[in-house]
Design a protein around this ligand. Structure first.
Ligand code: AMP
Ligand code: MN
Ligand code: MN
Ligand code: MN
Length: 303
């Protein structure tokens, strides 16, 4: 880095905000299954007072360039983010990567492979839905996804648009959840692979919404233990929907395995009126926040 660009990145890299309400490390744009384009998402976060954010689309970093420009405009510190789909014990888990180098080859190749599997899954889901009386399911889901990558939410939106279902939750419950007629089981990344890609890209692996998988206590503890053993370093303790009791459970898991604590709303859409960007419970002060990790730093215009 020459002197001029060093000075520029010093000026243009905003300070990390760590105060309550100023930080949100989990959200989705229209590059995956979020409703807002990256710049609009950043703008919405700025309006809510967020000063540090990670945009964590499912299995893609496609939003990062647009988010970087929007964050610079709003003086928000942008942390590189992604939410990787993982298959563990025949279940799907989500591993958030933070503060990695988006150009690191192993991570980029891993995400490209997952996107390929998403495309194959979409074709298989569409075939099932067509047999269930939904014509042109793939084209209609793609129309919902726009240029972004396709996922179950886009099929759910298509089912709502054709009045087959009254809302997204019902589409998942009737058609798209495991065990339902349009569900297609998919082999996502291995837990070790996903954590390895994040770490080899210089990032921090975070176990997303540990209470969001419908696991018993014994299975949840096994998941957290395997995650820590594989090199995971942090766990989401506060999401946009966690209650005080859930915070206590996740905090105990973090303490037991020496994991850092993360906080992110998992915002997808303004239609989710029950949560909003940056609106999170405070992390228990017995835990170390993930933003104290030495490798937690914003993307700069030179990285
Ligand atoms: P995918 O990664 O394509 O299998 O889709 C998973 C996404 O679907 C999650 O990240 C949520 O955004 C959404 N989702 C999962 N379950 C539900 C549900 N019951 N109701 C609404 N959205 C859901
Ligand atoms: Mn999602
Ligand atoms: Mn998730
Ligand atoms: Mn998410």
């Amino acid at each position: 880095m020459n002197t001029a660009s060093a000075a520029r990145s010093r000026i243009e890299t905003p300070r990390l905000a760590t105060g309550q309400g100023e930080i949100d490390l989990h959200m989705h744009s229209s590059c995956s299954d979020g409703a807002l384009a990256p710049a609009a998402l950043v703008e919405a976060a700025a309006e809510r007072g967020v000063r540090t954010l990670a945009l964590t689309d499912h299995d893609t970093t496609a939003a990062l360039d647009a988010a970087r420009a929007a964050c610079a405009k709003h003086e928000i510190a942008l942390i590189a983010g992604v939410e990787i789909s993982v298959t563990w014990q025949r279940r799907t888990l989500h591993i958030v990567g933070l503060a990695f180098d988006p150009l690191a080859p192993a991570l980029a190749a891993g995400l490209a492979e997952l996107q390929h599997r998403r495309e194959q899954r979409a074709e298989a889901m569409a075939a099932k839905l067509e047999k269930l009386g939904e014509p042109d399911a793939l084209a209609r889901a793609r129309a919902q996804a726009g240029p972004g990558q396709i996922g179950r939410v886009h099929f759910a939106q298509a089912l709502v648009e054709s009045d087959r279902c009254k809302n997204l939750q019902q589409a998942f419950k009737r058609f798209l959840k495991p065990g339902k007629p349009a569900h297609v089981a998919t082999q996502w990344a291995g837990l070790d692979d996903a954590i390895g890609w994040i770490r080899s890209a210089g990032g921090i692996a975070v176990l997303a919404h540990p209470l969001g998988y419908g696991l018993s206590g014994a299975w949840r503890r096994r998941m957290v233990a395997d995650f820590a053993a594989a090199g995971g370093e942090a766990i989401e303790v506060c999401t946009g929907t966690t209650n005080a009791q859930q915070v206590a459970v996740a905090a105990a898991d973090a303490a037991q395995h020496g994991l850092l604590a993360s906080a992110g709303s998992d915002f997808h859409s303004p239609a989710q009126f029950w949560l909003s960007l940056g609106r999170l419970r405070a992390l228990p002060d017995t835990l170390t926040p993930v933003w104290r990790h030495p490798r937690f730093r914003p993307l700069t215009d030179t990285s």
